[in-house]
Design a protein around this ligand. Structure first.
Ligand code: MG
Length: 256
C-alpha cells in the first residue's frame, strides 16, 4: 500500500469537480451585473474525509476487501462462496476456482484496487504471465497482467481495456511487487429500444499514472471477436481466474 496515488486522487478530484461545475453552470438569462447571480450555495457539497494514507478508503467508501475475509465475494459460476486463497491480507487466484464477483452491483463509481503479479518462471510469456483482470459490471475488462519486461499485444497488456484500447504507457511494477489501479467508471446508458444511448467510459490510473483517459468502451471485451452490446443494469465487479496466482488487496469503491 505504499504506492503513491496522489496524482490519481488529484485527477479524481478534478473529474468530480468538472461534473459539479457542469451542473452548477446554469444559464443566466438576463444578467443583473452582480457576482452573486452565478454563485450557488445549495445544496451544500457533502463532506467526505480522506482515508489518511493515500490509497486507503475515504469515509464514504464501501470496502469490498480489507484482507480479513472474502465475505463480499462469490464464485461467478454458481454463486457459492469465493474459493480464492486468503493470506497476508491479500486474496490470491486459485487456478480452476474460477472468476469471483462482488455480491453487490454497481453503476458509476470510483474503484481502488491493488494487485500483484506472482514470481513466475521465464518460460511463461505474454498473456500466460501474471494474467488476471477486473471486469466492470461483470463484462468490461481492465486487464491485469505482468507487463514488466514481458511483451504482449499492446491492447492486451496491463492497463488495457482488453482488445480495445492499449494503455497510454506501461506503468507496471516489477514481478512480485504491488500495483495500484484507481478506476473511474461511467456505466453505459441504453435506449428503450435496446440501443446504446451513451457508451461506458473509463479512466484508469496505474501506480499514480494515467493510462486510460476517459476511454470509450465499445462493448464487451471478448478474447475472440468484436465487442458486443446488450442492455443491462448495474453489475458486479468481477476478478478473473486466468490460471496465474495473481493477488489482490485493499479494494474499495465509491458510488457516484
Ligand atoms: Mg485478463
Amino acid at each position: 500500500m505504499k504506492n503513491i496515488t496522489f496524482a490519481g486522487l488529484l485527477l479524481t478530484a478534478l473529474v468530480i469537480n468538472t461534473v459539479a461545475l457542469a451542473q452548477d453552470n446554469r444559464a443566466v438569462k438576463q444578467s443583473t451585473g452582480k457576482p452573486e447571480e452565478t454563485e450557488y450555495w445549495d445544496p451544500e457539497v457533502r463532506v467526505v474525509t480522506s482515508g489518511g494514507t493515500m490509497g486507503m478508503p475515504p469515509s464514504d467508501a464501501i470496502v469490498l476487501f480489507d484482507g480479513k475475509n472474502l465475505d463480499n465475494w462469490v464464485s461467478v459460476k454458481d454463486g457459492s462462496p469465493a474459493k480464492w486463497d486468503l493470506k497476508d491480507e491479500a486474496m490470491t487466484v486459485v487456478r480452476g476456482a474460477g472468476n469471483i464477483s462482488t455480491k453487490q452491483d454497481f453503476g458509476d463509481y470510483q474503484l481502488h484496487i491493488e494487485w500483484r503479479a506472482p514470481n513466475e518462471p521465464e518460460t511463461l510469456k505474454s498473456q500466460g504471465k501474471g494474467n488476471s483482470g477486473i471486469f466492470m459490471q461483470g463484462m468490461y475488462e481492465v486487464q491485469v497482467m505482468n507487463s514488466y519486461q514481458n511483451r504482449s499485444y499492446r491492447n492486451g497488456q496491463a492497463g488495457s481495456i482488453y482488445k480495445q484500447s492499449a494503455p497510454l504507457v506501461n506503468a507496471t511494477s516489477k514481478m512480485g511487487e504491488w500495483n495500484t489501479y484507481d478506476i473511474i467508471y461511467t456505466a453505459p446508458r441504453f435506449t428503450i429500444n435496446g440501443g446504446v444511448e451513451t457508451p461506458a467510459y473509463v479512466t484508469v490510473i496505474h501506480n499514480g499514472i494515467v493510462v486510460q483517459n476517459h476511454t470509450k468502451i465499445q462493448g464487451t471485451t471478448p478474447y475472440i471477436g468484436a465487442p458486443q452490446n446488450t442492455v443491462h443494469g448495474k453489475g458486479p465487479i468481477s476478478l478473473q481466474d486466468h490460471g496465474n496466482p495473481v493477488s489482490f488487496r485493499n479494494i474499495w469503491i465509491r458510488e457516484m
